[in-house]
Structure formats: C-alpha cells, structure tokens
Design a protein around this ligand. Sequence first.
Ligand code: IPD
Ligand code: CA
Ligand code: CA
Length: 261
Amino acid sequence: MLIETIARVALQAAERSGRVLCRCFGNLSRIDKKGRIDLVTEADLASEKAVVDTIRAHFPDHAILSEESGRSGKNDHATWIIDPLDGTTNFAHNLPVFAVSIAYAEDGVVRHGTILNPARGELFQASTGQGASLNGRPIRVSNVSRLDSALLMTGFPYDLDKTLDAILERLKTCLATVQGVRRPGAAALDLCDVACGRCEGFWEERLKPWDTAAGALIVSEAGGRVTDFNGSPFLPEMPAILATNGAIHQELADLLETAAV
Ligand code: IPD
Ligand code: CA
Ligand code: CA
C-alpha cells in the first residue's frame, strides 16, 4: 500500500475527529467509568466513529484496533491502531491537552503515524524513512545531552495502585537528578513533545498500543530513540516505553534501572 495514500486517509480521519472533539469540548453530557479513575465520554466514542468510518470507507478490508471498540476486521497484513481521544481525563475536566492518535502498521511494523492536537492546531506526522513533521515542517529531537539539563515527561497507568511503589521510586529518582518532570496527561502528545525537542525524554509503564504506536514512530523519525525499560527496540505491544532524544537514553535507562524496587 502506498504510504502517501495511507497518510492522506489518516489525515482525513484525524481532521474529522478533531472537529468532533472540538464540538464536544466543554459540552460533555455523559462521562462513564471503565475503572476507578478510567473514564470514557461521548467524545471518545464519537471521535472513534469518525476515525473508523473514514478508514473503513477507504480500506474496508484492513484490520482496526481501536481503544473503545477493540479489534475488528481480519487482515494479518494491514492494521490501523487508533486512540480516538488520548487525554480523556484532561478532556473531562475541560483541560485542553488531548489528541487523536492514528497509526498504520504492516506486518506488525508501524509505517505511519498521525497525531492531531486540535486545541492547539498542532498536527504531527511521520512515515518510515521520511522523517517527522509538525504542521508540515520537519522536526528534530533536542540535542541536550546532560540529565541535569533535561526536561522529562511521564504518565501514570490507571491501575497505578498495582505498582505504586515502583512508579513513585522512578519518579523520585528522576526528580532528584533531572531539570524537571512533567505529567501533562496525554501520552501521544508527550511523545510528540520529545520528537519536536520541547523535552528530552518520556517514560511510562502499562501503556497500550493505541497510546504509543503513532508517537513512537514520530519520535524515531525525528531522530530520537525508543525502547522498553531494558533497552530493547520498542514495539507497540510492549507496555513500557522509554523515548528520548537519544543523547540521554542510556543514562536515563540506567537511572530508571537503579530506581527498581
Ligand atoms: C491515557 C493518557 C495518559 C496516560 C495513561 C493513558 P487515555 O490515555 O495517555 O497520559 O498516563 O496511561 O491511558 O485514557 O486518555 O486515552
Ligand atoms: Ca490513550
Ligand atoms: Ca483514549
């Protein structure tokens, strides 16, 4: 499949989702819970419908893995991986830090990623071997190489009570060593922020493929490095992610390792 065709459909789907999300933002009439702190709103569902309908209209035989509706379609070769609303908790609190994330994978390898932050009008795109862009302009990771000058981002899984000590230990170790740590609340955007050099690294555990598939490609196409916590090359089915500008990767991986409880 021509990657330009994939990118065009991904963009169309992201723009439709962006219109839906902007319409719903500040106007939610329904917020349900999937877990103690795991929310789903009508915006997640409406955005998902907009994205899935767009992809289905162009590629009815492709498989889709999307957060709210799960897996659909049988195609071992071509799969779309979708987070229709990344940053649902922010969205439900009217905090404008959220995105739609769309990835396309062939034979298990992510070939294209599109992430749209509609509140800021920021569109991140990457296709394998073609670099990454923000609103059509090429982006690169930062060249900060010292941890004491590095700004990092992280996130916390909804089932954080399962491994709260380990999560806090990693956070504590990083806070004591780096310039700053932020928790903005949308993993896809955290990865985009690494890709365009606004921060030097991002780590989180127990993420799902829809949180990371597009963003991980955007970071690597922007010149960064993406692995799991042990340094193995990242795949979307891996729950732990460490994405950096490359320059601080090993030192940060070692630091997270020392924090293991
Ligand atoms: C969540 C966000 C958050 C991260 C969570 C994710 P959602 O995704 O990306 O930043 O910390 O682990 O589940 O539920 O808003 O799509
Ligand atoms: Ca998500
Ligand atoms: Ca989501």
